[in-house]
Design a protein around this ligand. Structure first.
Ligand code: F6R
Length: 620
């Protein structure tokens, strides 16, 4: 949520900042701004709306400034308008900053600053930070002397940061320091790209990779002070630290749209290759085993786990729910799934032998981070299933398995979901193999797993057919999605996809629950999407379909290829290849992603940037 970018180098900063902000726009897109430093002056342009609005606003700006900071906002405190958008400048007009995160003690600090005569312009928590730094920088805090070894800007920033409670990724400039940017992080991601005589700081690597592939990932309570002749890294308590330069592991092509109209469609269509990468070297058909390098050291502990708790948010939680079914069925390990936002505030029972698995695409979700911290404090071993390499979750967990699907930019998660399910499937099969599954059963599941990418390819060929189904139903404002067993979470995911990008109200249900209440929602023409694939719940779900049809609902049925019987129950039929129950969500979700995509497009909506949402939810 919110993206920040900063540049210090030899080139014109403005186009670099705008390009960087476009790459980060998925993190928030309700307002945007830039500040450029030139000859002792800081020139700020900001506007409500998307980066395209900021581009228009700055189109006549020909400044050759080579230093600046930028921000794309997802509003937390204060409406999206020009005043609340970043960058913010302090009351003395010297300090300017961009901020990603939430300052929890901002009301106390604001009151204090106001009592000292500081005037505020915006409703944001971020303005408190800039005014606090400005207040300290201006020398008002007379009870504390600036040490000889430190300059005033650095000192004021450090002192202010030590007074903040909450989360921040910050890039700060000071009009008295022509060639200096200070950046700092706590709880919100921040990366320092180190190029040839240039530095680019950003909330994530997508804004950096065009300029350099070498980066420093700041950890919590760390800051970097960047000048034209180099940079230093230190803690916010002024202890110098050495950080390793790391390679950014994806290429520019991976974050470009190429021939697709939208990132969501691109990412849906990338799923076969993404899953091949996810399985590559891990699914070893010859030896009928799965090798998950990231967890070799804890394999014994996992195999002997007495309980597994899976935690995550949104789509990642849905993947976790499928993981629960898989781990219990295939590995026979008692498993629970918890929303990270609930888990962190409960008093869960974590005993010796409890393993917590955190699932996250971004690796930065605030609630998931907090859940991991809590689990670790209570002595659990924590395993991370993360996509973004080097993200906070990947660094704070005891061990991890990367999803390996490359950058996911569309706000609605698609390929990350299938990879999360795929990794949980690999884990469940391998733990099952070590515990009680016969070699034959494990070998057969591995073969099935290996067939998933090709089977996904065959489903994608039905995109046009799925579009015709969307054309007949997109104007309906209430949809139900139903499945049973492993496909109950798939139904939840299908409903979430539809509602988040098409703004249609949709509910996902365990199909048998329908008659305990939601059946009241069914009227003539209500689209009811059923996952009715062959398997252990087939007969039961046919009865549920009948119940909907009897009440005038329109059935969109995901069924198994070759199932002739189902045709009589479906107003619209989408066929998917046959796989065992436990792997069905990997295939069944794909038509649901396409159905949501086409419906949203037909409603004329921006599928990659749905209203009110942001890709990585770094605030509570
Ligand atoms: C929905 C979606 C969200 C995320 C959730 C967790 O399409 O993308 O529900 O799944 O915000 O995000 P991560 O996986 O980054 O922790």
């Amino acid at each position: 949520m919110c993206g920040i970018v900063a540049y210090l180098g030899q080139k014109r900063a403005l186009p670099i900042l705008l390009e960087g902000l476009k790459r980060l726009e998925y993190r928030g897109y309700d307002s945007a701004g830039v500040s450029l430093y030139k000859d002792g002056e800081v020139l700020t342009s900001k506007t409500k709306g998307r980066i395209s609005e900021l581009e228009k606003l700055t189109s006549k700006n020909k400044t050759d400034a080579t230093m600046g900071i930028g921000h794309t906002r997802w509003a937390t405190h204060g409406k999206p308008n020009e005043i609340n958008s970043h960058p913010h400048t302090d009351f003395s007009n010297k300090i300017t900053l961009v901020h990603n995160g939430i300052i929890e003690n901002y009301t106390t600090l604001k009151k204090w600053l106001v009592s000292k005569g500081v005037e505020f312009k915006s409703d944001t928590d971020s303005e408190v930070i800039v005014n606090l730094i400005g207040y300290l920088y201006s020398g008002y805090d007379s009870d504390c002397e600036i040490p000889d070894t430190q300059d005033k800007f650095e000192w004021a920033v450090q002192r202010a940061l030590n007074k903040l409670i909450g989360s921040y990724g910050l890039a700060i400039i000071c009009s008295d320091y022509p060639d200096s940017i200070i950046c700092a992080r706590k709880g919100s991601p921040l990366i320092l790209g180190v190029g040839d005589n240039e530095y680019i700081i950003a909330s994530d690597a997508s804004a950096i990779v065009e300029h350099t592939k070498q980066a420093i990932y700041l950890s919590d309570n760390e800051m970097a002070i960047i000048n034209r002749d180099g940079f230093k890294t230190l803690t916010i308590d002024n202890i110098e630290i050495t950080k390793d330069l790391k390679d950014i592991e994806f290429s520019l092509e991976e974050i470009e749209l190429s021939s697709y109209d939208h990132y969501m469609l691109k990412e849906i269509f990338e799923q076969p290759e993404a899953l091949e990468r996810c399985f590559g070297g891990r699914v070893q058909l010859g030896e009928s085993k799965i090798v998950l390098g990231g967890i070799t050291d804890m394999a014994r502990k996992l195999t002997r786990a007495k309980k597994i708790i899976i935690t995550g948010c949104g789509t990642a939680w849905h993947a976790g729910l499928i993981g629960e079914y898989m781990l219990e069925q295939l590995a026979r390990i008692p498993t629970e799934v918890e929303y990270a936002s609930e888990f962190r505030y409960r008093n869960p029972i974590i005993e010796d032998g409890t393993v917590v698995i955190a699932v996250s695409q971004s690796g930065e979700t605030a609630d998931t981070l907090a859940a991991i911290e809590m689990a670790k404090e209570r002595g659990a071993i924590v395993l991370g299933l993360v996509n973004v390499v080097g993200s906070t979750i990947s660094r704070m967990t005891d061990a991890g398995i990367y999803l390996r699907v490359g950058p996911e930019i569309g706000v609605a998660s698609t390929k990350a979901f299938t990879a999360q399910v795929a990794v949980l499937a690999m884990l469940a099969i391998e733990l099952g193999r070590r515990r009680h599954l016969s070699n034959l059963e494990a070998a057969s599941l591995l073969k099935e797993l290996d067939s998933i990418p090709d089977k996904t390819r065959s489903i994608l060929k039905q995109s046009e057919h799925i579009k015709t189904i969307a054309e007949e139903n997109y104007e309906q404002n209430n949809w139900l999605f139903m499945g049973r067993g492993f496909n109950y979470p798939t139904a939840l995911e299908g409903a979430l996809k539809l509602k988040e990008i098409s703004y249609i109200h949709a509910e996902g249900l365990a199909a048998a629950e329908m008659k305990h209440g939601p059946i009241a929602l069914i009227t003539n023409g209500t689209p009811a999407v059923f996952i009715a694939t062959l398997g252990s719940h087939y007969e039961k779900i046919i009865s549920n379909i009948e119940e909907v049809r009897a009440r005038g609902g329109k059935t969109i049925v995901i069924a198994t290829e070759g199932d002739e019987n189902i045709k009589a129950f479906a107003d619209h039929l989408i066929s998917i290849p046959d796989v065992p129950d436990s792997l069905q969500p990997l295939l069944a979700v794909v038509p649901l992603q396409l159905l949501a995509y086409h419906s949203a497009l037909l409603r004329g909506l921006d599928v990659d940037k749905p209203r009110n949402l942001a890709k990585s939810v770094t605030v509570e």
